[in-house]
Design a protein around this ligand. Structure first.
Ligand SMILES: [Zn+2]
Length: 562
């Protein structure tokens, strides 16, 4: 149950941190790639003017975007290309996201995992105050589109011949554009211009034309409704330009991009002149447009109202808006969901239900790591998971409006969670890495070397993350290892200094003879090394050293038991 909203930069900038937070409580905030680009462009401008943005400012922007509550829509060019190639696009106010894979959960439910987009990755980095090379790359693309100051002037001139139609107002323009685009005579030309305007390569173009011919050359409107939407945006803009209904401000071309994303939201908000004129022509009947300042005022009132409440009262409005008759947001909820009559959001949830919900959450969380499955139709999906990250200065998930580290997760607790996450990651890397080992060898001590347990990799499977992980986690602390033998395999278990098992490795082939003679020596100091099976004789082991003349990487063990 969501009302999705698309925001342009002017509105985004006008909203305060608290207002944007409340917006993301009551609407699904869909971030368009053009918005992240525009934010980036602003920061980039400061760099060019010799005032590099402080990490605080970069963080400020990113913090206002809260990826946990938001969703980044796929880029319009990718959606359009997919549609022309035969992947249907749903144009019903749901965001369009890239699917990473389909998975099955433990109980056999099937669903999708949403891929983290490049834009989201950038937002996470900005949250840490990192304005990096990757951003500079992104902004290079950005500059290409905005520095062509006279682009629209030139375009206007080239379009303006005596024969080009002139329209007195937007209604006339709209009517005519619809007629033109529905003319069966020019559909082939329209398809060609789609390929040209949206950078579709020649090979893909051939496939697209193949599909179109095979279907009996239908109208673009029926063949590819989303592509048709984009075509309408462009045509309205071009003829609006030649009719002097739209100005040639260079940013107008960029602003146009927001309009490509309209089908993916229920509400669009902006304070831009061109948007105000064109959006009403492009929205479906069930969609809304609200001017930026009106939305800003509404959210400001909501924030003021909530701030007048006690924190516990405030939390009740985490996912439903306060009942303020004059509020736009409230009225929208009333219209879409018959709120508050049908609202059962704040009914008491029993402990058993809570436990069941938690159990489901755990199941879905596990499914994140699940194996890939085939899912024929997207409608067969029973769940969709998106992995997000919360930072300690994001608004708290309880709805208090306070920052996370000033509310439900204090700084110390947050640090503990982070450390545990890193620990889990290292564990996984150790298990993965040692699963690739060909076999394990035991080598006795010499004058120079300690007795060693050598994990021997074939060259194609070599993966130092296991040993690096052990070194990183245990550093110079005591490390104990126990093992058991099963047939020709050895199963190692790495023990923490408090006696708990840190991690158990998968079974690895070994020679029982070697294990026996090694144990007889009763060594009290052993090391673990990485080894490489000599690719030439497939028998000898080469000990890996990080660079010439340096000791091999090794970790010391004080106890080894079987
Ligand atoms: Zn809280």
């Amino acid at each position: 149950m969501n009302i999705s909203i698309i925001i342009d930069k002017s509105t985004f900038q006008s909203l305060s941190f608290e207002e944007l937070y409340r917006l993301s409580c009551y609407y699904k905030h869909i971030i368009t790639p053009v918005l992240t680009m525009e934010i980036l462009g602003d920061l980039k401008k400061e760099v060019q003017e010799g005032k590099p943005p402080s990490s605080e400012r970069v963080k400020d922007f990113a913090n206002k975007l809260f990826p946990m509550e938001t969703i980044v829509n796929s880029h319009y060019k990718a959606i359009l290309k997919g549609e022309l190639l035969g992947t249907p696009v749903s144009l019903d106010g749901r965001p369009h996201v890239d699917i990473k894979k389909a998975v099955a959960s433990e109980s056999g439910m099937k669903g999708f995992i949403i891929k983290e987009s490049e834009e989201e990755k950038s937002i996470y980095k900005w949250k840490e105050g990192n304005f990096t090379e990757a951003d500079l790359e992104l902004s290079a693309i950005w500059r290409m589109t905005t520095t062509q100051e006279d682009l629209l002037e030139r375009l206007k001139k080239s379009l303006k011949s005596d024969s080009s139609p002139k329209f007195k107002n937007f209604d006339e323009l709209d009517k005519s554009v619809n007629e033109v685009l529905s003319n069966p005579e020019i559909q082939e030309y329209l398809l060609i211009s789609l390929l040209e305007n949206y950078d579709i390569d020649a090979n893909t173009g051939v496939q697209i034309f193949g599909r179109w011919n095979q279907q009996g050359k239908p109208l673009i409107k029926e063949f590819a409704p989303y592509a048709f939407h984009c075509l309408r945006v462009d045509t309205l803009f071009h003829f609006g330009l030649t009719s002097d209904l739209i100005g040639t401000r260079p940013t107008n071309r960029v602003d146009l991009e927001y309009l490509y994303y309209l089908p993916f939201g229920h509400v669009f908000t902006s304070n831009d002149k061109v948007h105000k004129k064109l959006a009403p022509l492009l929205l479906r009947n069930d969609q809304k447009f609200i001017a930026g300042p009106d939305l800003k005022l509404d959210l400001k009132n909501i924030v003021e109202f909530l701030n007048s409440l006690e924190i516990d009262e405030r939390r009740k409005f985490k996912s439903v808006p306060p009942i303020i008759e004059s509020s736009y947001t409230f009225q929208l909820w009333k219209e879409y969901f018959n709120y508050p009559i049908q609202n059962n959001g704040d009914r008491e949830i029993s402990e058993a239900e809570k436990e069941m919900m938690k159990e489901k959450m755990r199941e879905f969380e596990k499914a994140l790591e699940g194996d890939y499955i085939e899912l024929e139709k997207s409608d067969d999906a029973e769940f969709i998971i998106k992995k997000s990250w919360i930072s300690k200065t994001d608004p708290c998930y309880c709805g208090s409006g306070k920052k996370l580290n000033e509310c439900c997760i204090p700084v110390d607790k947050f640090r503990e969670i982070v450390i545990n996450q890193i620990k889990d990651k290292i564990k996984k890397e150790i298990i993965d890495s040692y699963s690739k080992v060909d076999h394990v060898r035991f080598s006795h001590s010499t004058d120079k070397n300690l007795p060693a347990i050598i994990f021997v990799y074939k060259i194609s499977n070599l993966d130092p993350k296991g040993l690096l992980g052990l070194l990183r986690y245990f550093k110079n602390e005591e490390l104990k290892i126990s093992a058991k033998i099963e047939g020709k395999f050895i199963i190692f278990s790495i023990i923490e200094k408090n006696g708990d098992e840190f991690v158990a490795l998968n079974p690895i082939p070994c020679s029982l003879q070697q294990v026996k003679s090694f144990l007889l020596k009763n060594y009290n100091k052993i090391c673990i090394l990485d080894g490489l099976l000599n690719p030439e004789n497939k028998r000898d082991v080469i000990i890996i050293i990080p660079e010439e003349g340096v000791e091999p990487r090794q970790i010391i063990i004080n106890e080894f038991k079987i």
